[in-house]
Design a binder for this molecule. Structure first.
Ligand code: ZN
Length: 343
């Protein structure tokens, strides 16, 4: 997205990492590989957006990037989203961003993890807009494929030594619980994220002999995906049981789906209690595809769960007012800050 200095949107472009960028993987040495084309592709999209906004490169003041980490040396290292098949397991894969983009455009370039960008977006343009930042404490959480968080306190983004502070999805909430993507057991993410909800539902379907409307909804999704009805065994259908199927079945009154949704709410509520006890925010804002699509269903339950565990005044829980653009706006806010400090 390109904005002016007041944060008015001028143009935007969207694209996934294309095949050419995926092919642009180079081997550096025996242990390390690098994607060189990804930053170039981002740069090309930037050029297009600048063109649409009728701006020249010389009018660009700064660049902000909000991305899923983990980060190392101004780029992403071992991304969970871009996994090359050509690279043997155990090898490191880098995606450099800050260096190539700041060189290409000649402006300060800031890289933030997506949840830090999320909280900054909310502070500057969303639920904190117009508020005195020196007295504002907000934690942003995203409930999407994963469960992440970003914390802001009185003018400062909480960074941590490696930029990985507020990994609230990995707060431990269930003893001997489900396995989390991080390798641990019983994290809030294992129950409250999109992938956690889906995994929990699949397990419960197996335990309960598929006695659920989720099976019918999954069959419908599979058929819409072009799968032939006669080849769809119940086990095949499990791959179509995702968080949207679970929440839809819950809305239809399906007992098993409701159990999974309530477990998710319970675990996110426990995590939010720990967030409140740790950071004492006045607002916890919720984003992410699962969080935004089901805000009305989950927020009252999270607030109720929290009441039982708080040692601080309860924060207000709100869906982010910036919807799916919250991370983009955070990147813009970071760029504006960088432009201010560079001028
Ligand atoms: Zn975890």
């Amino acid at each position: 997205m390109v904005t002016d200095r007041d944060g008015t949107e001028l143009a935007r472009r969207a694209a996934g990492v294309d095949q050419q960028s995926r092919d642009g993987l180079v081997q550096l040495d025996e242990r390390e590989w690098r994607y060189d084309r990804v930053a170039q592709q981002v740069g090309e999209l930037m050029e297009e957006a600048l063109g649409e906004a009728q701006l020249g490169r010389d009018q660009l003041a700064a660049l902000g990037i909000g991305s899923a980490g983990p980060f190392d040396g101004g780029g992403i290292i071992d991304s969970t989203n871009i996994k090359p098949t050509a690279v043997p397991a155990g090898h490191r894969v880098r995606i450099p961003l800050v260096d190539p983009l700041s060189k290409a455009f000649g402006v300060p370039t800031v890289l933030l993890n997506d949840c830090s960008a999320g909280v900054l977006g909310d502070v500057v343009f969303g639920v904190g807009k117009g508020r005195d930042k020196s007295g504002l404490d907000i934690v942003y959480i995203t409930l999407s494929t994963g469960f992440g968080g970003g914390a802001y306190s009185r003018g400062h983004l909480l960074s941590g030594k490696d930029g990985n502070a507020a990994e609230v999805g990995h707060f431990w909430v269930v003893e001997n619980g489900l396995k989390c993507g991080c390798g641990s057991y019983g994290c809030a993410e294992a129950y409250g994220s999109g992938s956690g909800v889906a995994k929990n539902a699949r397990m419960q379907l197996l335990n309960e002999n598929f006695d659920s409307q989720m099976v019918d909804l999954a069959r419908k999704a599979a058929e819409e995906d072009g799968r032939e009805r006669e080849h769809l065994t119940k086990f095949c259908l499990l791959e179509y049981v995702d968080a949207s199927v679970v929440f839809e079945a819950d809305r239809l009154g399906d007992a098993l789906a409701t159990r999974v949704v309530e477990e998710a709410i319970h675990c996110v509520g426990l995590a939010c209690s720990q967030i409140a006890n740790a950071y004492d925010p006045e607002i916890i804002s919720i984003g992410g595809s699962l969080g935004l699509a089901n805000a009305e269903r989950i927020i009252p339950g999270i607030a109720e769960e929290m009441q039982q565990h708080l040692n601080v005044a309860p924060p207000e829980i709100l869906p982010t007012s910036l919807g799916h653009d919250v991370v983009l706006w955070g990147a813009i806010a970071a760029a504006m800050e960088a432009a201010g400090s560079a001028s």
